[in-house]
Design a protein around this ligand. Structure first.
Ligand code: PMP
Length: 361
């Protein structure tokens, strides 16, 4: 069987050249006479690889020197809990701007550890909008203001940072990291599960402003402390070595292709073509999201008649267009257009959609 065009929301498509390189290096890596999975994370070769991966992230995202780059575990979900434990005092207020399923979960998971306040919530629009900039206020006493930069399930993305005054913005970038230019200095914390634009699951990338590492937070074991992870080069314990290695290969692949600027151009081209096909389908397909809030990475769309969903999924998969089924919260279809998905995949999807509507219209 050959590889299909993979529209999965995550774990998601990885760059083929990266997979080929990993395949070529699988049995023997870095002159170690063993694979990267079989050597000590404290050995010279692995430490050099880890340092290069950090340097490449700093280059790709233009990370200022007063930020630490951490390679952590636990998925983004674990950090929904660890963020308040590290950044808020017990009972302290932390503000949440909720624009989708993941933001709602982040606020809920913070409850045992601080006093999360949902200052804006677009649930009444079924998470198809962004709150207007002046329609909510971040409390100056809040430990931080949390957003989800791109809501993977709902297909809603902030076009830029929110204004939280002097309160640090903490942003879950799991599904949009490295997809477009981000001014890191506008955020206190940027964190992302790896399994969309970075590499395999099991790894969380975090950029954290160093003054936040000095916050007292709450009593916690070392393994739960961002400051301890930063002090130990993210090697307090054994990290997910293969995921870290593969992430490093993805960073190199991105740099070889011109970095984030190149992928942003490609991502805008892919997303605008697909949205144009949906909007121009005469109502056969529909994306429910407000135009300025539409995501570059995750495009949910519905067929005008849900009775056609099963045939659409069956036939698209047979045509090599994989994992288009929408999330159960939203229904319909969802096409995820991460960095590693080539424009040709979107072109093939658009062709298929036009053909399917012609045959079923
Ligand atoms: N936040 C966002 C925006 C996500 O898309 C996801 C996973 N799809 C998560 C958090 C949860 O990530 P994990 O499964 O790595 O905990």
């Amino acid at each position: 069987m050959s590889r299909g065009f993979n529209f999965s929301a995550g774990p998601a498509v990885l760059p083929e050249p990266v997979l080929r390189r990993a395949q070529a290096e699988l049995l023997e890596w870095g002159g170690e006479r063993a694979s990267v999975m079989e050597v000590s994370h404290r050995g010279k070769a692995f430490v050099a690889m880890a340092e290069k991966a950090e340097a490449d992230v700093r280059l790709l995202m233009d990370v200022p020197d007063d930020y630490a780059v951490l390679f952590l575990q636990g998925g983004a979900t674990q950090h929904f809990a660890l963020l308040p434990i590290n950044l808020a005092e017990a009972g302290q207020r932390a503000d949440y701007v909720v624009t989708g399923t993941w933001g709602k979960k982040a606020a809920s998971e913070a409850k045992p550890h601080c006093a999360p306040a949902v200052v804006a919530d677009t649930a009444p629009s079924s998470f198809t909008t962004l709150p207007a900039a002046g329609s909510y206020a971040i409390a100056p006493t809040a430990a931080y203001a949390h957003i989800v930069a791109n809501e993977t399930i709902n297909g809603v993305e902030f076009p830029g940072p929110i204004d939280a005054g002097a309160v640090p913005v903490v942003a879950d970038f799991s599904s949009s990291i490295l997809s477009r230019h981000v001014d890191v200095s506008r955020y206190g914390v940027i964190y992302a599960g790896a399994q969309k634009n970075i590499g395999p699951s099991g790894l969380v990338l975090m950029l954290i402003r160093k003054d936040l590492l000095a916050r007292r937070g709450q009593p916690r074991a070392k393994i739960l402390s961002y400051a301890e992870h930063a002090a130990q080069g993210s090697m307090l314990n054994t990290p997910p070595t293969f995921s870290w290695y593969l992430a490093g290969l993805v960073f190199e692949w991105m740099l070889e292709h011109g970095g984030v600027a190149h992928f942003e151009v490609e991502n805008r081209r892919k997303a605008s073509s697909l949205y144009a096909a949906i909007d121009g389908s005469g109502g056969f397909y529909r994306n429910p999201v407000d135009v300025p809030a539409r995501s570059l990475m995750n495009v949910p769309f519905m067929l005008h008649d849900a009775a056609l969903d099963a045939a659409f999924l069956r036939e698209s998969e047979a045509a090599g267009l994989l994992a288009l089924k929408g999330h159960r919260d939203v229904g319909g279809m969802r096409a995820s257009l991460y960095n590693a998905l080539p424009y040709a995949a979107v072109a093939a999807l658009i062709d298929f959609m036009a053909d399917f509507s012609k045959r079923s219209g």
